[in-house]
Design a protein around this ligand. Structure first.
Ligand code: ADP
Ligand code: MG
Length: 722
């Protein structure tokens, strides 16, 4: 039987040797990237300087200079073994897209020459009609353009030069994640810089930083291949829990098995060559679950690096006879995977705006940014949740797993008390804090050094402040980080603009600047009090409390997507220049459509496996039991237990047949709906509801049917890589 052949194959998979690099990371880091070192070698001085100016300050590059850049880039690529190039972009399908073209062109005289012009570097028109666009492009003008993003350097994968690009419609609307990300970075830069000027006139710009932590599962390729549900949907739609899984908590930070270790080493080597600064690797909580994390970078680059990592991970895993599962919930009963997004803002003068400083002014600045972020997260908490919602992440958000489908902010006891005192103090109060790390505030201008206790961590908070950054933990492992960062940036930009105008209004009345900031902050702390929660986010009490506080507690994915079309979201995105109404409508349409398709595929696969794999096996076992009971009867022996088992299986078979029929019927009804929102809701409310019930009968049968007959690799076989 296939199952046993595959289990045997998996047992025979040995650790695949990886050649240890003969040099140190500092020697090969970034060697496949067209970074500044290489640019200096391959570009003439004026071209180099112009390009750096574009990268650092966004100054547009002329077409002549683009030609020179292209020439240098081509030469570097050819010198490094590349023979093709591609515009590399991030369509709304998720993942990345690329169409490779050869550098070689016929020269018209029967020979070929290597060519690559500035025009080709700067812009292309991929046949875009099959990328999702939410109705933005009519098919008669199904045109999308990819355009070079010079702020993220080109790189070589295998023998292809990859040029990071944005992807936009003929009419200018964003069709990808990069365009709105760049817009949101610009919006928060502008708004934050203005607020920084209250404290330091020398600040010219504010950067968004992102440090992601990527969780994933590894599975043996043979076992994966014997599970059609994993192959087609990325998760197991059935499977009885293994007797041992994560109860012993012996996997977290445990020793990494050799096979996995070799995979990790190769992944790290390849990542470092591509300039992805991977730093951390460890086992996660669940068996077969791992995490890698780089050092944080500027958000646009960090996000490109995460997209790139997800791609190369998959390739490298195959070389080691593994498959990477990026699905948020591949297995029932054990933890799912997320992607923590560590997000912060920093000035060009080198100040992290979420780091408490040493001087009173720095601390007032710190509190200012902290409180403004909280206010933004409060105002748009429903939208923020919607930004990370998907059919796959729905298994974590709102299901019985971390984090809850409610956005809240954790601050820790020390900061909480700072804000409390600030809120309740009268303007002229001298404020004293008793804590050991002594926070004495006499009036406003003297908030002294705040020593934050970094160990004060709350793992149940979806949006936690962790000492010098916010950590958005609810992001899904397969998500494009941009979606979350876009929303945070845009919301914070809106809030900072409002803050600036409020403070200026107070100053205009003749109040001193510090006092004006202080007064405005007090109001803001009051306003956003509801978002602050330091307790256990998994508890039922919190769900009830959050509802009382008016936080968004919706758990249905299709309904959450409505938040994108709220008037206040529309206003906020417009103000930040991130999305116009057409874009918002189109993207929400894509979200509903994608949701429907995912559930539709799962429903089909579940129906197929039930009918063609599970029910026939149940019949076979029924026949065995019947035969035995028959013979027992002949011999005058007691056969009650056989009949009881037979009845149990029979009744489950009948139930399964009925449930699958009903599910198919529900799908047919849903499929007739034209409107994407209505259709997604129908799929959520009337199709997906069958999944749990169907699997519960299958999982029970897996327990009682002869192991020799069971067709699919079991959890206990899938889960433990030796
Ligand atoms: P955890 O305890 O959550 O596992 P780690 O120490 O592994 O935390 O770091 C998580 C991530 O946070 C890393 O990618 C790190 O680079 C990133 N990080 C650290 N400081 C900042 C910052 N100021 N802004 C953004 N990301 C940061
Ligand atoms: Mg973390």
């Amino acid at each position: 039987m296939l199952r046993f052949r595959m289990v045997e194959a998996a047992l025979n998979h040995k650790a695949v040797d990886v050649k240890a690099p003969s040099t140190r990371p500092s020697d090969y880091f970034g060697e496949k990237v067209f970074g500044r070192n290489v640019m200096r070698k391959y570009l003439d001085k004026p071209t180099y300087e112009a390009l750096v100016n574009t990268m650092d300050n966004g100054t547009p590059l002329s077409l002549e200079l683009a030609d020179s850049v292209a020439a240098g880039m081509r030469q570097w690529a050819l010198d490094n073994g590349a023979d093709h190039y591609t515009h590399w972009f991030q369509p709304l399908t998720g993942g990345t897209a690329e169409k490779h073209d050869s550098f070689s062109d016929p020269d018209g005289k029967g020979l070929v020459i290597e060519s690559f012009s500035g025009k080709v570097l700067a812009q292309q028109e991929p046949d875009a009609s099959s990328f999702p666009n939410g109705g933005i492009r009519n098919t008669f003008e199904a045109r999308g353009y990819s355009a070079w993003d010079p702020t993220s350097p080109a790189f070589i994968v295998d023998t292809t030069l990859c040029i990071p690009t944005v992807f936009i419609a003929y009419t200018g609307e964003a069709l990808d994640y990069k365009v709105p990300l760049l817009r949101s970075i610009a919006a928060v830069d502008k708004a934050a810089t203005e607020v920084c000027h209250y404290f330091d006139k020398n600040v010219n710009s504010v950067h968004t930083y992102l440090g992601w932590e990527q969780e994933f599962f590894l599975l043996d390729e043979s076992l994966w291949a014997a599970r059609p549900d994993l192959v087609l949907t990325g998760r197991t739609l059935m499977g009885h829990e293994s007797a041992k899984n994560q109860q012993l908590e012996d996997h977290y930070f445990g020793a990494i098995p050799q096979r996995v270790m070799n995979f990790m080493r190769e992944l790290e080597y390849e990542s470092l060559k591509l300039g992805i600064p991977l730093k951390t690797r460890h086992n996660e909580v669940a068996p077969n679950q791992f995490e890698v994390a780089p050092v944080y970078e500027e958000a646009n680059l960090a996000n490109d690096h995460n997209q790139l990592l997800m791609t190369i991970m998959d390739k490298i895993a195959r070389r080691h006879n593994f498959r990477v599962l990026l699905h948020e919930k591949p297995f029932k009963g054990i933890n799912g995977s997320g992607k923590h997004n560590n997000w912060s803002l920093g000035t060009d003068t080198g100040v992290n705006l979420f780091s408490p400083g040493k001087t009173p002014s720095e601390n007032l600045q710190f509190i200012t940014f902290l409180v403004n972020v909280m206010a933004a997260v409060y105002r748009h908490n429903g939208l923020l949740k919607a930004s990370i919602m998907s059919a796959t992440n729905a298994h974590r958000l709102g299901a019985n797993e971390a984090p809850p489908a409610i956005i809240s902010t954790f601050l820790g006891s020390q900061l909480s008390s700072v804000l409390e005192k600030l809120e309740s103090s009268k303007s002229d109060d001298a404020i004293r804090f008793d804590a050991k790390s002594v926070l004495k505030m006499s009036g406003v201008a003297q908030i002294p050094s705040i020593l934050l206790d970094n160990t004060d961590r709350n793992r149940t908070s979806p949006f936690a402040f962790t000492g010098n950054r916010f950590e958005f933990r609810a992001v899904g492992s397969s998500d494009n980080c941009a979606e979350a960062i876009i929303t945070i940036n845009a919301a914070v930009a809106e809030q900072l603009v409002q803050f600036k105008s409020d403070v200026d209004a107070v100053i205009a009345k003749g109040v001193k600047k510090e006092r004006a900031i202080y007064e405005t902050l007090k109001k803001l702390i009051k306003y956003c009090r509801a978002i602050h929660f330091d307790g256990n986010g998994y508890s039922d009490e919190w769900k009830a409390e959050a509802l009382r506080r008016g936080l968004d507690c919706e758990t249905s994915a299709p309904l959450m997507f409505d938040r994108f079309l709220d008037k206040k979201s529309e206003k906020m995105f417009a103000l930040a220049g991130v999305y116009n109404k057409t874009e918002l409508e189109a993207r929400t349409e894509v979200k509903w459509e994608t949701y429907t398709k995912k559930i539709q595929i799962e429903a089909r696969v579940l129906g197929d496996i039930t009918r063609s794999n599970i029910l026939p096996v149940a019949s076979k076992y029924e026949a065995v039991l019947l035969d035995k009971a028959f013979k027992m009867k002949e011999l005058g022996l007691n056969y009650d237990s056989d009949i009881a088992l037979l009845r149990d299986i029979q009744s489950r078979v009948a139930t399964l047949q009925r449930l699958v029929d009903d599910m198919i019927e529900a799908r047919k009804v849903a499929n007739r709906i034209e409107d994407q929102r209505e259709k997604a809701i129908k799929y959520h409310d009337t199709v997906a509801i069958y999944f749990e019930e169907i699997r519960s009968h299958i999982d029970r049968m897996e327990e009682v049917i002869d192991d020799e007959l069971w067709p699919l690799p079991k959890y206990r076989e899938l889960m433990f890589i030796r």
